[in-house]
Design a protein around this ligand. Structure first.
Ligand code: HAM
Length: 431
């Protein structure tokens, strides 16, 4: 039996109807990025693994368990590259490499592209997913923090997702966080026997991640956990208050959520995630982000404040499709058909001329009877069929209005003009 091949586990093909919804969502993201002054950038889909190990933190799940390491079979880069699990570290690497600190700050950047995580595949969780990343590098905030949250919410609204909620938190900075982490670790140590087994090891490695646990037993303990909000240093406290003032001025409601601690080590101060009301498990986050004031320096640049977000576009597309959203296909204005099924060259030449003149046209190149050709043209939603027949010798072609069922003979030389005029009135709802 012949082998059948399938897309790798955790990946999916986007067939045209779904790809069109993706394109709709990408167009909204790109349009908003332009309107808000975030310029497009692209960085490679793979980097030296160290960019992620150092940038995101070697002990994070994303690096420790989910990194797709790329292994060229030879050369000095053998085993040293990895597919990007996210874009922020690569964008910061590019910011440093190209000396973008000499540009007016902040540098506002936008990137749409695939990310790769060797995650356990499940609904809405893929091994290749597409993110829209927006980064503002070089602004200490707090105004830009609110600007980004407002931008993300506008995106969801414009894309057609309706209400999306933002959960907001601050995770402090190297001044105030260490003392809090020590307090939190001591709190969990005293209650270790009440924590879910899977979570106990994290008490010593990363106790803040326990705040985000999905385990019911740990969640019960978390209800009594000390809050970082009560341990912030003055600067972090002032920053958080500033973010909230700016959000209030913009009229943006938010939920304060101490569990939004994020999965990368580079975050400081502001963190946030976006959810659809009623779908509040972390794996359902539509997007998230926060401030990463230490990352530029960590990757070899000068100390630079920065903040950004990434929105998972697969999850947005899935939610739109589940809600019945369809991105209509652009129907051809005209299909060139013919009385002589074999005369494909004449049909192709006329359709080519129409397309050269900017008209969406197709030629029916199948050798089927005229009736079948007309049927297909109508099914494809074409407004006109241009019928090639014996009149072509006299420089005439039959133009049939498919929905109206009427037809008339027009000079071939006038076909572009006729179709342009007719399609214009058609598009404006005339006729
Ligand atoms: P993240 O929270 O790891 O943040 O990912 C952002 C979003 O990407 C998630 O909220 C989710 O919607 C989507 N996503 C993540 N993993 C998957 C997956 N396996 N399948 C489908 N969708 C997924 C970041 O990546 C940060 N770099 C965001 C950021 C930018 N922070 C500052 N600047």
């Amino acid at each position: 039996m012949a082998t059948t091949y399938r897309a790798p586990r955790g990946t999916r093909d986007l067939l045209p109807a779904q790809r069109r919804v993706f394109a709709h969502v990408e167009a909204i993201a790109n349009g908003l990025a332009e309107r808000y002054g975030y310029r497009q950038i692209d960085v490679p889909m793979f980097e030296q693994s160290a960019v992620f190990e150092r940038g995101l933190g070697a002990a994070t799940d994303i690096v420790e368990k989910e990194l797709f390491r790329v292994s060229p079979s030879r050369g000095e880069e053998k085993d040293k590259l990895a597919l990007r699990p996210e874009a922020t570290a690569g964008i910061v690497r590019a910011y440093i490499e190209h000396g973008m600190h000499t540009l007016p700050q902040p540098v506002r950047l936008s990137l749409i592209g695939p990310m790769f995580r060797y995650d356990r595949p499940q609904a809405g969780r893929y091994r290749q997913h597409v993110q829209w990343n927006v980064e503002a590098i070089g602004d200490p905030g707090p105004g830009v923090d609110a600007e980004l949250i407002e931008l993300a919410l506008r995106f969801y609204r414009d894309a057609g997702l309706g209400d999306v909620e933002v959960k907001l938190n601050t995770i402090g900075d190297p001044v105030c966080r260490p003392a809090y982490v020590a307090t939190l670790a001591a709190f969990y140590r005293e209650r270790a026997d009440r924590l879910a087994l899977a979570d106990r090891a994290r008490i010593e490695t990363n106790p803040m991640r326990l705040l985000d646990s999905k385990e019911a037993a740990t969640q019960a303990v978390n209800r009594e956990a000390p809050l970082l909000w009560d341990h912030l240093c003055d600067a972090c406290s002032e920053h958080f208050a500033g973010v909230r003032v700016h959000l209030d001025v913009l009229g943006i409601p938010y939920q304060l959520a101490p569990e939004i601690v994020r999965g990368q080590d580079y975050y400081r101060r502001t963190t946030f995630e976006f959810f659809r009301p009623g779908a509040e498990g972390q794996q359902d986050a539509l997007g998230g982000g926060g401030r990463y004031d230490g990352l530029v320096e960590l990757l070899g640049g000068r100390p630079t404040p920065a903040i950004g977000f990434a929105l998972g576009l697969d999850r947005v597309v899935n939610a739109l499709v589940a809600g019945g959203f369809e991105a209509p296909e652009l129907a051809p204005v005209a299909v060139v058909v013919g009385a002589d099924p074999a005369a494909t060259a004449a049909r192709l030449r006329i359709a080519t001329d129409l397309r050269a003149a900017g008209i969406a046209a197709r030629a029916d190149l199948g050798q089927r009877k005229l009736g079948k050709q007309l049927e297909t043209a109508a099914r494809d939603g074409a407004h006109f069929a241009a019928i090639v027949g014996d009149e072509l010798e006299a420089g005439q072609i039959l133009l049939r209005d498919l929905p109206a069922g009427t037809q008339r003979s027009v000079p071939l030389g006038d076909l572009v003009k006729e179709l342009t005029r007719a399609s214009r009135t058609h598009r404006h709802g005339g006729d």
